[in-house]
Write a protein that binds this ligand. Structure first.
Ligand code: BTN
Length: 273
């Protein structure tokens, strides 16, 4: 597997003027960067910290799954902050964070058709996963008081080296571009984009137009696992509060929580016949 031959200088990804990603901690090995970022929020200087690791021994994915990644190949980062986001916009944080990651990855792989698969996967035009986000928050009443945005991006990980069950539905930036990708530059770009999106949400601005333009599911028939049940329908966009709009025989609904368990590749015309 290609590796950067010179030690990476992660401090180049930091910008003290940003809303988030203004300080950085690097770990050659750690349990989970999300856990470390949550811990850091207990300290006064934890707000805006990015925690990066080459290897996680207990990396976590959504819904209790584990997140595996070979040492030094990918970008594993968690960003800790104390958000000042109005409750009406709080549900957008996860999808907006995914938009920031999509935009940063799209700068490296502009021809890959990168998009967001609700709620917060970044996928290529074929729906192969390039990045996943694990967003963990704490609320006081309706107010978000803590947020950790955990980001795992498949960077220099050849598809041929992925486990069979991952290879079927994932890809990496190196595979998409045909060349190794600098992780520090990518992180800098991710933190710039995430910082801009968080600051905008804090000003009360929601990037709904850009979000909707980047939604991969629109028009596709999906089965969404909400935890309590599986709901199927045709994805009809992202609502103003970040939930997924589904058209069903019984009418239009929106889901604020869930995970797309299956996507059925049927054209809208075929479904209507
Ligand atoms: C998913 O798609 O299920 C979310 C995956 C999130 C993985 C990242 S890697 C960095 C951070 N630390 C973790 O333990 N998880 C997130």
């Amino acid at each position: 597997m290609p590796r950067m031959s010179v030690a990476e200088d992660w401090t180049r990804a930091v910008d003290p003027a940003r809303r988030v990603g203004r300080a950085l901690e690097f770990h050659a090995e750690i349990g989970s960067t999300n856990d470390r970022a949550r811990e850091a929020l207990a300290q006064p200087d934890g707000d805006g910290l990015a925690v990066v690791a080459d290897l996680q021994t207990a990396g976590r994915g959504r819904r209790g799954r584990s997140w595996t990644s070979p040492a030094g190949a990918n970008l594993l980062v968690s960003v800790a902050f104390r958000p000042a986001i109005a409750p009406r916009l709080a549900g957008l944080l996860g999808v907006v964070a995914a938009l920031a990651v999509r935009d940063a990855c799209a700068r490296i792989a502009p021809g890959a058709g990168l998009a967001i698969r609700w709620p917060n996967d970044v996928v290529d035009c074929e729906g192969r996963k390039v990045a996943g986000l694990l967003v963990e928050t704490a609320l006081e009443g309706e107010q978000l008081v803590e947020a950790v945005v955990g980001i795992g991006i498949n960077v220099n990980w050849p598809v041929s080296e992925m486990a069979a069950e991952i290879r079927e539905r994932a890809t990496s930036l190196m595979t998409l571009t045909g060349a190794p990708v600098g992780r520090v530059e990518l992180l800098r770009s991710v933190l710039d984009a995430l910082s801009g999106e968080v600051a905008a949400l804090e000003r009360g601005e929601a990037p709904l137009g850009r979000l909707r333009a980047s939604s991969w599911l629109d028009g596709r028939w999906v089965e969404v696992d909400t935890g309590a049940e599986t709901i199927s329908g045709r994805a009809a966009g992202i609502a103003d509060d970040g939930s997924l709009v589904l058209d069903r025989d019984a009418g239009r609904i929106s889901l604020s929580v869930g995970e797309v368990a299956r996507v059925r590749e049927m054209s809208v015309a075929a479904v209507r016949e």
